[in-house]
Design a protein around this ligand. Sequence first.
Ligand code: HEC
Length: 223
Amino acid sequence: MRSVFVKTIGSFLAFFFMCLLSACVSMQPEFSSKDLERWTQDVLKGSFRDEKAVKVSILEQDASNAACSTSQATGVALSDQRKQEIEAENLKTVQAPKDGQYFGDYKLGEALAQDGRGLTWSDAAGQSNGGQCYNCHQLSATELSYGTLGPSLYQYGKVRGVTNLSSEVSQPVIQYTWAKLWNSKSFNACSAMPRYGHHRILNEGQIKHLMSLLLDPQSPVNR
Ligand code: HEC
C-alpha cells in the first residue's frame, strides 16, 4: 500500500517537473530581429567616439545602404523594383557643377586617383582627401599596382568614343560619368564604390580633375 502511494507521488512529481521544464522552455524571452538590430547598433555606437575626421554618425545608414546590407546579410536579393527606386533616389542627389564646367586637369586627377589619404582618425576634419581609385581600378597603363574590385578603367573615354570633350555626342557619357563619381548608387543600387560627391569625400573641383583623367583624350588613361 505504502509503495503504491510512493509510486503515485513519484510519478506526480516527475510529471510536475516535466511541466515546469517545458514551461521554462516556452517562457524564453522573445526577441525580434529589430531588437537585436537595435542592440547591435547600440553596442557598436558605444564602442567608438568621434576622433578628428571620423565621426560615429558614419554608422548610421541611409535607406539605400540599409536595404543593401540587409539583402547581403540575409541572402535575399532586392527586387528589380527596389533597385530601381534606390537608383532613382540616389540620382536625385547628384549636383551638376555650379559653373556648368565638367573638366579640370587630368594630371591632378591622376594624383588624386593615386592618393588614398584621408578620413581616418589621424586626419583633421575638413582636410581634403584622396580618391584612392587605384585601390579598386586599373587606370593609366604605367601604374602596375592596382586593385581589381572594380572594372579596368584603362581607355575609359577612348572605348566610349570620346574624342572631343565639347562635342554633343560625348554629353551622355559625360553626364553618366559625373553622376557615377558623385553618387555611385545612381546606376547600381548596391555599388561597392564610395559615393564621392554625395558624402563630401571629394569636392566639385577634385571630381572635375578625375573627369579629365577618365575622359580627356590626352590623359594617360586614353593614350
Ligand atoms: C572600393 C572600391 C572602389 C573604389 C575605391 C573606386 N571604385 Fe569605381 N567602381 C567600383 C566598382 C565595384 C565598380 C563597378 C560596379 C559599379 O558600377 O558600382 C565601379 C565603377 C566605376 C565606374 C563606372 C565604370 C563603367 O564602365 O560604367 C567609374 C567611371 C568609376 N568606377 C570610377 C572611379 C574613380 C574615378 C574612382 C576614384 C575616385 C573610383 N572609381 C573608386 C569600385 C570602386
